[in-house]
Design a protein around this ligand. Structure first.
Ligand SMILES: [Zn+2]
Length: 284
């Protein structure tokens, strides 16, 4: 990837081709979908909404802008589950980031979550919440609220990786989109069952995007194809906890041949990201 700093452009979670599809889908389905609430027990007992405490002067700073028409439920979902606060809090607690990076919930007119290096800001579109929720619901998945929260969390870590690579000038070997996915796994897997279920929800969400992409995958897109990203996440989960996640090796979404390397892949991911972040760890 050339010109990362010379010609900044918004980086998002998904492929350019898919974003066009999503716009069409959103236009067809409208914004009238009802909110599927998070499963009871998923959210923290601490439900304080951020914004009352003084915002940090540096690091990732969450904020929620007023929603446009039809997006109030999606903002409420993000706030109730404290998704922006959780991800920014985890990263701020670990890293000393010498810049303010806003993580802004807003109505965008399209459904995405993207880091804009010119503005130094992560835009969290309320429409993305609706889209992911509707995809799970329409595909017949259970625990739609929990899965949607998991995908949003994974995406926030992914976009935070873009922001950190930019602001901390992290040296890495390229293909930033895969590195950002690895950053999401790097944070979510050690968070135990809940974090790992979030990563699995992201893989399942990519399964659904892969269905939409079928037959027209753009192999030159900077993002790996959705099916490959889903397989990567399953491989990281299996590599981190082979007994717990043995059922993921189903011969379809994750093959036995690939799973033979999963432990090594996950260990490499941890070594690589730990090395990149070490100079920026917060001193205790
Ligand atoms: Zn990305």
């Amino acid at each position: 990837m050339t010109g990362k700093h010379a010609a900044p452009k918004a980086r998002s979670r998904r492929s350019a081709a898919l974003r066009r599809t999503v716009l069409t889908t959103t236009a067809l389905t409208g914004l009238s979908a009802t909110l599927v609430a998070a499963s009871p027990g998923w959210a923290d007992s601490d439900r304080a909404v951020a914004g009352h405490a003084a915002a940090p002067a540096r690091g990732l700073v969450p904020q929620y802008l007023e929603p446009g028409r039809g997006d109030a439920d999606e903002r409420a979902f993000l706030q109730r589950n404290r998704l922006l606060e959780r991800v920014s809090g985890k990263i701020n607690g670990k890293l000393d980031v010498p810049a303010k990076i806003r993580m802004t919930g807003r109505s965008c007119g399209n459904s995405d979550i993207a880091y804009d290096p010119e503005k130094g800001r992560i835009d969290v579109c309320y429409e993305f919440v609706a889209e992911v929720r509707d995809m799970f619901r329409d595909a017949g998945y259970g625990k739609v609220g929990e899965r949607t929260a998991g995908v949003v969390s994974e995406t926030l870590y992914h976009e935070s990786a873009h922001a950190l690579i930019d602001k901390l000038r992290l040296p890495f070997t390229g293909h930033e989109e895969d590195a950002a996915d690895q950053f999401a796994a790097y944070h979510l897997v050690p968070q135990g069952r809940k974090g790992q279920r979030s990563l699995l929800a992201a893989a399942q969400n990519y399964d659904l995007y892969a269905r939409q992409e079928a037959g027209r995958v753009d192999f030159s897109d900077e993002h790996s194809p959705s099916a490959a990203r889903a397989a990567n996440y399953r491989s990281y989960l299996y590599g981190a906890a082979p007994k717990r996640w043995a059922a993921l090796v189903d011969g379809k979404h994750l093959t036995r041949a690939r799973s033979a390397y999963s432990r090594e892949e996950y260990a490499d991911l941890r070594t690589g990201w730990s090395h990149l972040l070490r100079p920026h760890l917060r001193r205790r």
